[in-house]
Design a protein around this ligand. Structure first.
Ligand SMILES: CC(C)(COP(=O)(O)OP(=O)(O)OC[C@H]1O[C@@H](n2cnc3c(N)ncnc32)[C@H](O)[C@@H]1OP(=O)(O)O)[C@@H](O)C(=O)NCCC(=O)NCCS
Length: 312
């Protein structure tokens, strides 16, 4: 099957399961990416196998394995699961040649449209787990009534003097998520986070808000405005895309409406700026964040399946 046909067939299948997914074009090999193609009796799959390496002190290192092997894929024909199985077998041969066996700083990552069920069982058979999700909240989404909220909670924009608070809340969130394997608690994470948050707090209007109870900071939310989200906006079929970078509530203040108040505030800000959708990442197995986000009007868009180490 020609790569154009595979891309068109794949795009049509995805459009039928989720109107918020972007279209697909045929893969092209690049400096650190090769195209893999397989065919079964009546179906076919195409994959773009790439490798991304970062240093431990890079700004994005806390959120990824230091070496990521990634497979973007397209499936075509009446038996997409079989074609995926063959593609993963082909990719495994490739990985055995290029990845360090047993190194937990390597990860094999397969982004899949969350609603594309074809081949899910085959992903498990090849040792992948559905680890991280990009969730989407359309602007006009109705949300059911949530918790009543704690009286006295005030939400205010963060200022440079809040650096210690936001770093501490950010680290609490990062340590919690690290248990689920989506982020990494390595030496130097605090410095990387502090540098990024200090830069954000130095902006004339920092995109961070603090929840305070009687003057005590208990939670924070951090957003990226439409116009700053070019790094992720091509994952969704929408014009203006907002991104919710993080939301954290101090352990002693959870389950009392503080998180909901912060999320409502962030959505209000992004709605005012005309965002058609808001995206965020969360760890699928996090028992606090997953139900919380789906109660705030989000739903899964992309699921990032991961195997770590990339080769056992
Ligand atoms: C996820 C997190 C931000 C949620 O913040 P929170 O302040 O605890 O959330 P809220 O209190 O506003 O909302 C949850 C509570 O609302 C209540 N609630 C939910 N739906 C409700 C409804 N329909 N009606 C009434 N109450 C409801 C529940 O009491 C629920 O708490 P519970 O699950 O412990 O029973 C917080 O748990 C946290 O910081 N977790 C660790 C870090 C993290 O995972 N952050 C998210 C990163 S992606």
């Amino acid at each position: 099957m020609h790569s154009d046909v595979i891309a068109t067939d794949h795009a049509a299948r995805l459009a039928a399961v989720d109107p918020l997914l972007p279209g697909s074009s045929p893969f092209e090999a690049a400096e650190s990416a090769v195209v893999l193609e397989v065919a079964t009796a009546d179906s076919a799959a195409s994959g773009l196998a790439s490798r991304i390496q970062v240093d431990q002190d890079a700004p994005n290192a806390p959120w990824r394995a230091l070496t990521e092997h990634r497979l973007d894929l397209q499936l075509a024909g009446p038996q997409p699961a079989g074609a995926l199985d063959a593609l993963l077998t082909r990719w495994d041969e490739h990985l055995r040649a290029v990845a360090e066996r047993g190194d937990t700083e390597t990860a094999a990552i397969v982004p899949r449209a969350s609603r594309d069920a074809a081949g899910t069982r085959e992903m498990l058979h090849h040792g992948f787990a559905p680890l991280r999700v990009i969730a989407v909240r359309p602007a006009d989404r109705m949300v059911p009534a949530g918790p009543r909220g704690t009286p006295g909670v005030k939400i205010r924009r963060a200022a440079p003097g809040d650096l210690e608070t936001v770093v501490s809340l950010g680290l609490e969130l990062h340590s919690f998520d690290a248990q689920y394997g989506t982020v990494n608690l390595r030496k130097g994470v605090e410095d990387i986070m502090a540098k990024d948050l200090a830069e954000q707090l130095d902006r004339p209007e920092p995109p961070l808000w603090i929840a305070e109870l009687y003057g005590r900071p208990l939670g924070m939310v951090n957003v990226q405005h439409p116009g700053e989200t070019g790094w992720i906006s091509d994952r969704v079929s929408a014009g203006r895309v907002g991104y919710l970078s993080s939301l954290a509530v101090a352990k002693e203040a959870r389950s009392s409406g503080v998180g909901t108040a912060l999320a409502i505030h962030a959505h209000h800000v992004l709605d005012e700026e005309g965002a058609d959708v808001v995206l965020l990442h969360h760890a699928a197995a996090n028992p606090l964040s997953t139900p919380f986000w789906y109660a705030q009007g989000y739903r899964p868009l992309w699921t990032y399946w991961q195997r770590r180490p990339a080769v056992r």
